[in-house]
Design a protein around this ligand. Structure first.
Ligand code: CA
Length: 438
């Protein structure tokens, strides 16, 4: 939940997000950081600069209730990993339109998985709702978007990344706080494994909280005396609801809804922070997406146009802000909000995104990756995560096929072109596999 800046654009596949925590703005657009591959274990080399820094951190930790002996135990064998500094300063090599985020984050697989989670954890989610006032669909949608229901939570050793970022680079003060918070969670017994992994920036567990948010917000909901957002689903889901409640969640209220704007709508009025009574928007001609009137109220609301005047429009209320605070990016907030709607039986957006090259579901991304591999591109595993290797391969294929622009984007056009080509070259004795039904 706390957002960990900087990464969103990189990878749909790997949210770095962190709940709750307000990370200082990074130079790059805030997009959830993708999960990074775990780096190979570096050979231990003397690093006096890091060692000296750790001596200072050990003293600081002692003032926060982490004795030197504990510090030494938690940090045994941990060395600096300066590759995280490249991620800290990375500018996105490729840009990702919002419809790509939503196509991957709110696809048929995630809806089906979310519905299963609603069923599996029905009783738990009901207790969470009674305690915190946040409905099951919203809690499950956050879980699904943040960590794919606990399946994708980051592979970088947390203490290694955070200790490195505490000593080098341009956000040392911020990361020292996160590093010390992690040590304290270990000291207090909330976390038991110093080898815990997360995003490069420190978000981890089912809910992708940054350590300081974890310290502030996490709750023990299974009653074992520990707040464990890595191994305990009850703790994780209750902590998510607690986060939203603390962020101003209003029980029983909607996050917002898709709307239709009048042709003469002044787009300069749009924006999440431009709040007006709903009745004011209604007076300006904003209606439900089916053209029916909105139920009038004086609720403070905003109109947002995530892809500009020609894409879907939404009216959003206080609960959208609570969701937004979890991971401060419009793409993620809309993913959570619209996934929650799908989990309640909604059919998705009525208005198409303004593109003739729509985004791909994760299943379609895997199909695309398989086609790239078959053409000899070394893109690694078929995992549905579009990283830079996949994008570079797409650029080459776009150039070969004359697709303009050759921007490396994993969209419908390149997938269709490669599928058509693959079907055309199959020897007649071989029956091509039918296209999967999405
Ligand atoms: Ca617990």
């Amino acid at each position: 939940m706390i957002r960990s800046f900087a990464c969103l654009p990189l990878l749909l596949a790997v949210p770095v997000l962190a709940a709750g925590a307000q990370v200082p703005a990074a130079p790059t657009p805030a997009v959830p950081a993708p999960l990074q591959q775990a780096p190979a274990t570096p050979a231990p080399v003397p690093d006096p600069e890091y060692d000296n820094c750790m001596v200072r951190m050990k003293a600081q930790a002692a003032t926060r209730g982490v004795p030197a002996a504990s510090f030494e135990r938690f940090m045994a064998g941990v060395s600096a990993d300066r590759s995280v500094l490249d991620l800290l300063d990375a500018q996105p090599e490729f840009t990702t339109p919002i419809w790509d985020y939503l196509a991957g984050l709110v696809d048929g697989e995630r809806v089906a998985d979310g519905l299963k989670m609603l069923e599996t954890h029905r009783e738990l989610l009901a207790r969470v709702e009674r305690e915190y006032g946040v409905d099951p669909a919203t809690v499950v949608a956050v879980w699904g978007v943040e960590s794919d229901f606990g399946r994708v939570s980051g592979k970088r050793p947390l203490l290694q990344s955070l200790s490195t970022l505490s000593c080098f680079g341009r956000r040392q003060d911020f990361f020292r706080g996160e590093f010390l918070a992690t040590l304290k969670l270990l000291q207090d017994g909330d976390l038991s494994d110093p080898a815990i992994t997360g995003s490069w920036a420190g978000a981890f567990g089912h809910t992708q909280f940054m350590p300081s948010t974890y310290a502030r917000i996490a709750v023990d909901f299974d009653g074992d005396g520990r707040r464990d957002l890595v191994a305990s689903i009850p703790d994780a889901l209750a902590s998510t609801a607690h986060y939203l409640k603390r962020s101003g969640w209003q029980t029983g209220q909607p996050w917002g809804q898709e709307v239709t704007l009048p042709a003469n709508f002044d787009a300069s009025l749009a924006g999440r922070t431009n709040r007006r009574p709903l009745s004011d928007w209604i007076a300006r001609g904003v209606t439900r997406v089916d053209g029916a009137p909105l139920a009038s109220s004086d609720a403070r609301s905003a109109v947002i146009l995530p892809a500009g005047r020609t894409g879907p429009a939404f009216v959003v209320f206080r609960n959208y802000d609570a969701i937004y605070s979890y991971n401060a990016a419009e793409s993620y907030a809309l993913a959570i909000a619209t996934l929650a709607d799908r989990l309640r039986g909604g059919r998705g957006l009525a208005t198409p995104w303004p593109t003739d090259d729509p985004g791909l579901s994760r299943a379609q991304r895997r199909d695309l990756q398989a086609l790239l591999l078959a053409r000899g591109h070394a893109i690694g595993a078929v995992d549905g995560m579009i990283g830079n290797a996949t994008r570079r391969a797409i650029v080459l294929e776009q150039q070969r096929l004359g697709i303009v622009p050759a921007d490396g984007r994993a969209g419908r056009r390149i997938l269709d072109a490669l599928q058509a080509e693959a079907a055309a070259v199959v020897p007649p004795t071989v029956t091509p596999a039918p296209p999967a039904v999405r």
